[in-house]
Design a protein around this ligand. Structure first.
Ligand code: GLV
Ligand code: MG
Length: 312
């Protein structure tokens, strides 16, 4: 599965922005047909996206498209037309406002047929955006609905609208709003989503941070999200990518610590000792597992040269 720290959302109808996105450092480029595209630009967005997918040299960028909701006149045609014309370029389709497992079954079945008919030789993935009360209630079934699923994505703006939460700012993450709610307003929803995702081996992606000029706010929000177990975050502006990539990459201190823990574990195993000690303290298995995760991620990101073989 490709790395998904930063996902740059690019309006589908604005072809010029697609070219710029190509040279950004985002791990994933998501060409959007949904809410960044005005109603009368929907058909143009579809055509522009097909052209961009086919005619741009995307190098090793991971490419996804967000279709319109399945409860709109556009959603099914977005899927059909874009996947038929350019499915060979697509890593995944992002489905917004997923309310139930049925939404995933529908898209998955459509993709089965499109892949066969168009001789697409890889399996196009699905990313499910959880952004309604109904979607959150059904999140575990959604996460289990198809082997095509790659991630669950939290959609904060639509989720707020769905539950009728008070609109306070467009800061996008609620952490500046302790005057109206002590703690983080989205903690429950975010924890449910990350738990459902990880229970099924999926990755969890956080919504974008709305105020793209507020880098401190973005960083705070990403750090919090990362500490909850999320793997990445959408960006709505290229200026947000560096911060997001940095937060969702292990730091050198994380990597050094992981290496030390794994080395201590390997030695204990070699010497037939059950208990692992480091710096005079016992290390439990959970810490070893966490260290292994950090190490695996650093390897995927090319941040470590030689590797102490995987210990688990
Ligand atoms: C994203 O789609 C959101 O609603 O926040
Ligand atoms: Mg939304």
């Amino acid at each position: 599965m490709s790395i998904r720290r930063s996902i740059l959302s690019v309006p589908g109808h604005m072809g010029k922005m697609h070219g710029k996105a190509r040279t950004s450092h985002a791990d994933v480029i998501m060409l959007d047909m949904e809410d960044s595209v005005p109603f009368d630009g929907k058909l143009q967005a579809r055509e522009t996206i097909i052209r961009s997918l086919l005619e741009t040299d995307w190098g090793d960028k991971t490419l996804t498209v967000r279709i319109n909701g399945l409860d709109t006149p556009f959603g099914y045609r977005d899927l059909l037309e874009v996947a038929e014309a350019a499915g060979s370029k697509l890593n995944a389709v992002v489905i917004p406002k997923v309310h139930s497992a049925g939404d995933i079954h529908f898209v998955s079945r459509m993709l089965d047929g499109i892949e066969m008919n168009n001789r697409i030789d890889h399996s196009i993935g699905i990313e499910a955006s959880i952004e309604s009360a109904e979607g959150l209630e059904n999140v575990s079934e959604i996460a289990a609905a198809s082997p095509r699923l790659i991630s669950l994505v939290f959609g904060i703006a639509d989720f707020s609208a769905s539950i009728g939460a008070r609109l306070v700012s467009i800061s996008g993450h609620g952490e500046n709003e302790s005057d109206i709610y002590p703690g983080h307003r989205w903690h429950y929803a975010m924890s449910c989503i990350v738990t459902a995702a990880k229970a099924r081996g999926l990755i969890a992606i956080d919504s974008p941070y709305g105020n793209f000029r507020d880098m401190d706010g973005l960083s705070r929000s990403a750090v919090m999200t990362c500490s909850l177990g999320y793997d990445g975050k959408w960006a709505i502006h290229p200026d947000q990518i560096a911060t997001i990539n940095a937060v969702f990459s292990p730091s050198q201190a994380d990597i050094d610590l992981a290496q030390k823990v794994l080395e201590a574990y390997r030695q204990a195993k070699e010497e037939g000792r059950g208990a692992v000690a480091m710096d005079g303290r016992m290390i439990d298995n959970a810490t070893v597992r966490l260290a292994q995760r950090v190490w695996n991620q650093a390897e995927k990101l090319g941040m470590v040269a030689e590797h102490p073989s995987s210990v688990l």
